[in-house]
Each structure stands twice: as C-alpha cells, then as structure tokens.
Design a protein around this ligand. Structure first.
Ligand SMILES: CCCCCCCCCCCCCCCCCC(=O)NCCO
Length: 572
C-alpha cells in the first residue's frame, strides 16, 4: 500500500516536472526565434546608420567628430554645422564604438529625418533656434521613446514599441536635441553589469572581459568609447554612478522629483520609496551642467506633470563661491573598498581643501542596516515580480546568482541565514533582506522615513552641505562579478534611499602601487572580500571615480563640487 502511494506520488511529481519542463522548453524555442528577429532588426538599423553616415564626406565628419560639446553646440547654433551632418557624424562614431563594446541596441532611424527638418526650419531667417538645436543624444534603452521598444533586457518585451515619448524625451525633442541611438542595459535593470539575452553583453572599452557597469552600461561604454557626447541614464541603486566610475565618465542622479516619471516603466513597478531617476552622463561635468541648466530653465516639466515640483535651475548655487562644509568617508563600515577607491576619496578631499572648503570625517549611521532596508524596498515583493518575469524569459547567465537568490523562498532564506551567519556573517545578515510580509515591508518604509529624518538632522546640526565618498568598492569588475557582489552597492544605494542628488566624477587611475597595496593591505576575510580582491587584480590604468552627494533639490551644489574636483584633477 505504502509502495503504491509512493510510486503514485513520484509518478505525479515526474509528470508535473515533465509538463513544466516541456512547456518551458517550448517557450524557450519561441523566445529564441524572437531574439533572432530582434537581432536581425538591430543589424538592419546598424546598416541604415552606416549608409547614412557614408553620405557625409570624411573631412567634414572628422572636423565635427573632433569637437568638444560646447564647440559642437556653438557650431550648430551659428549654422557652421548642420543638424544632419552632426547626426551622421555621431551615427559613424557610435558604429565604431559599438564594434568595440556592443553598447548599441538600436539606431534611431528617424534621427535623420528630424535633423533634416530642423535644418529646413533654420533656413528661415526669422527662426529662433532652440538651445539644444541639432545635438545628437544617446538614450538608455529603458527611456520611453515613441516607436521603440523598452525591453529592459526581457525577450518578452521586444516588439512592443512604446506609443508615447517620456516627458523628458518630449522636452528634448522640443529643445532641438536629436535622440539617435538606444543603449544597452542588464536584464531587469537591477544589476550593475550590462548583459541581456536580447542584445548580448556590453564590454568595457579597455577590456572585453570586464563590464562597463550597469545598468546604464551601454551609455558609459558608448560615451567612453567616444560614440556619444551626451546621454541619458537611469539610476535606482547606482546605475548612473557605477558605470561612470568604471569608465572614467561623469554623471549625476538627481533627486527623483526633479524629473517626471509619467509612463516610465522602471525595473519594478509600484515601488513607492526607492525611485529611479534619469540623469545625464558625459565625459565632462560642464556638459551635464549645461544639459540640466537647459531642461530646468523653466517649469515646462511641471506643466506636463503636475507631480514634479516647479523647481528650476539655481545658477546662483552652482556659481556660488561660498566655502562649503563637506563630510567625507572612505569606508562605510559595511564593505571596505579596495585601496585605490579609498585613495581616490583622499585625493578629492585634498583638492577640495585646496579650494578652501572644510572637510570633516562623517560616516552615515548604521550602513549595514541601511543596505537591508534598501534591498528590501528596492525589490518590494522579495523579487516576485522579477522572478515571474524571468521564468517566462531566457535568463541571462550573468544574472544567475541574483535570480537564484530571488527564487529561494523567503522562509528558506531566513532559515538558512542562521547557519550561513556562522561562517559568512555578512551574507547571513543580508539573507534577512527580502520581505516576508506586508507588515515587515511597512516597518521598513517607516524605518526609511526615520533614517531620512535622522540624516537631515545630522547634516543640519553639523552644517554639512555635501558628502564625499567612494562610488563603489572596486575598479571595473569582470562581467560575472556584479550579480554576486550586489553587497557592494551600499555606497550608491544609500543615496537612492535618502533620495539625495548624487554624482560620480573621475579622480584617478589604478597604479602599480595600488595593486601592491591591494595585495598587502586588503584582507580577503570573507567570500565577498575575496571576490573584490581577485576581481581587482589586473586593473592597472582603469579609471576610478568618487561620489558627491547632496540633499534633495541641491543638484547644483553637487555639480559645483564635482566640477571643482574635475578641475583639480584635469586642470581644465
Ligand atoms: C541573500 C539575500 C537575498 C537577496 C537577494 C538580492 C538580490 C539583489 C538584487 C538587488 C541588487 C540591487 C543592485 C542595484 C544595482 C543598480 C541598479 C540600478 O540602479 N538600476 C537602475 C534602474 O533604472
């Protein structure tokens, strides 16, 4: 009798798994066909961009290609450069950068048409050129662009072009900018590498085995390989700042209410407290400043989206020569950065002191707890939304570790945590991050609000204007490392949790001495530290950035400090 029961149970289980497996296999075959079609569409779009670029003579192209942002802008305004020549030059530059980095999802074919229309309008002597007239801009793939997919790396979301531009894209088009290319992202957007089953893996321009960061890794790769002069990224946990730090570019994540979120599909919809925001990325802080100064020149965004407070660009704050008080830290007490990331902060500190600012040691309280709050609130439903989506998709192998973690039931995670804590305490602690109930989630939201209040009080009491700290714990990682090392996002995630403005600017490059210090001073005391140490080997010459953060609505002060650091480093 028992034997019969056991055999029946086993047979039913086998039948269930067989059915599950065959349904999944059938779906995988369908999905692979969709990928083939999408890749063919991308190849077509590259071909189109190539043909368009070839219509421009090499001499003109080389001339435009060598211009700095301000020179290109000036040339377009004065009429010495036409919009169509600018677009064709940037098609060409992006094709070249893409060959090296695989950073492009799609070229925007309409860019040609838009450029020609602007050139036509400019023939009228009465025509007043808008401030971004003819400027080619790259967009992270998830930024809603009419007629184009926002797949976020999911095969199931291909061939569903969006019907309406994001408010920001509408504004860019109105201001004369020309979106000419969409750039790659990691599947789900919740990772700081850059790989998905639709468009493949984006590489660091200096080394194909390393990531350009994520999730705005297509942007950072394209910009640092000189395929774009200005791009839009997005950031909910470091996705603008980490790619910038990895590639020597610069970008800022504004506090989230300074841009509209109408119609924007983030990584996890329905996430109330940790919000993603768009932000500019480029090679120069002043390019980002010029962009934000232009889009915040008036209250146009608020007119399209009444939820955005009517806060305009504050030139006085950006240009101010008032000396600031800046809190700095090289170690947040959760994840000690590798020596080079700490050196970068100390060098930036020196630059700011030389400029007359006062730097004081300041470490945000209880960062290990903050990281748990961040992970819980950023995933919201313990990863359910994402794991459901991923189970109906081809899962990118570079995301496996994270996906496995999302798929382990939370009660099992909690149970295992007590054992794991014995030999790997940091992981054991984080295994309490995913929420078990709405009661826990509500408590976490209350804790986040209390933490925001506590930080406000600390900064006000000590009269601290801004914070300076590492962006992350290592130089650019091998592709496979970020999904294992999500614990390294404590330096960026905290400013999403606080909803501060936060930017990243390059300070230095890894030297031989940094590698020696890594070997002698950096203890591989647990598997995460070991991974950070191993992955940092062989990075001599890689760029290292620092992070500057300011309370919400003080983006101008954040940019001012970033600019002063940049000036101190480059002398220009
Ligand atoms: C062991 C405990 C289980 C925890 C599961 C952890 C899964 C971690 C997933 C969250 C990782 C967050 C990384 C954030 C990277 C940056 C993402 C970003 O800013 N995206 C922009 C979206 O617009």
């Amino acid at each position: 009798m028992i034997l019969l029961l056991l055999t029946t149970v086993l047979a039913l289980a086998a039948a269930y798994f067989y059915r599950f497996w065959s349904v999944r296999e059938k779906r995988q075959v369908e999905l692979r066909k969709i990928v083939e079609r999408k890749r063919a569409e991308r190849a077509e779009s590259v071909k189109f961009a190539k043909q368009s670029a070839e219509k421009l003579d090499v001499e003109t192209r080389n001339k435009i290609a060598s211009l700095e942002y301000s020179e290109l802008k000036e040339g377009l305004q004065s009429g010495t450069i036409s919009c169509i020549d600018a677009v064709r030059t940037y098609y060409f530059k992006a094709i070249q950068a893409n060959e090296k980095t695989n950073s492009v999802c799609m070229f925007v074919k309409e860019a040609e048409q838009w450029a020609m229309e602007w050139d036509e309008k400019a023939k009228d002597p009465e025509f007043k050129k808008p401030p971004m007239f003819g400027l080619p801009m790259s967009l992270k793939e998830c930024v809603p662009l009419q007629g184009y997919d926002q797949t976020r790396g999911f095969v199931q979301d291909t061939f569903h072009p969006t019907e309406t531009d994001a408010v920001l894209v509408q504004q860019l088009k109105k201001l004369g900018a020309i979106p000419y290319v969409q750039t790659n992202v990691p599947q789900s957007l919740l990772s700081y590498n850059c790989s998905n089953p639709v468009f493949g893996t984006t590489n660091h321009p200096m080394d194909k085995s390393r990531t350009s960061g994520g999730s705005s890794g297509g942007e950072s790769a394209l910009i640092s390989a000189d395929g774009s002069i200005l791009g839009i990224g997005g950031d909910v946990g470091g996705s603008i700042r980490i790619p910038c730090a990895y590639t020597g570019t610069t970008g800022i994540k504004p506090s989230h209410l300074r841009f509209s979120h109408r119609g924007v599909c983030g990584s996890v919809p329905g996430r109330p407290l940790i919000n993603s925001n768009d932000g500019p990325m480029s090679t120069r802080v002043e390019t980002n400043v010029d962009f934000l100064r232009t889009v915040w020149a008036d209250t146009w965004i608020t007119e399209q989206d009444p939820y955005v407070p009517p806060v305009t660009w504050n030139e006085e704050a950006y240009k101010s020569d008032k000396k600031l008080k800046i809190g700095y830290y090289t170690d947040d007490g959760w994840f000690t950065p590798t020596p080079v990331c700490q050196r970068a902060v100390m060098e930036a500190k020196q630059i700011l002191e030389d400029a007359g600012h006062t730097l004081i040691p300041f470490r945000p309280p209880r960062v290990p707890e903050v990281l748990i709050m961040f992970l819980r609130a950023v995933c919201v439903d313990a990863g359910k939304f994402l794991s459901n989506k991923l189970m109906n998709d081809i899962i990118d192998p570079l995301l496996y570790t994270q996906v496995v973690l999302w798929m382990v039931p939370v009660r099992v995670q909690r149970f295992l945590a007590s054992f794991i804590r014995v030999f790997f305490p940091r992981l054991g602690n984080l295994m309490n991050a995913m929420t078990l109930s709405t009661v826990e989630l509500r408590n976490t939201y209350a804790d986040i609000e209390a933490y925001r209040s506590e930080m406000a009080a600390l900064m006000i009491d000590q009269k601290i204007d801004a914070l300076l700290c590492p962006v992350t714990v290592t130089p650019a990682l091998p592709h496979v490392a970020p999904s294992k090392l999500f614990a390294g996002t404590s330096y960026t995630g905290i400013f999403n949790l606080l909803d501060y403005a936060a930017g990243s600017v390059n300070v230095t490059h890894v030297t031989k001495q940094d590698e020696l210090d890594l070997e002698s001073d950096y203890e591989a005391s647990d598997p995460w530290y070991a991974l950070a140490k191993n992955s940092s080997r062989g990075t001599i010459g890689f760029p290292i950035g620092v992070q500057v953060a300011t309370p919400p609505y003080r983006e101008e002060t954040c940019l001012r400090i970033m600019r002063e650091i940049e000036f101190g480093v480059t002398g220009k």
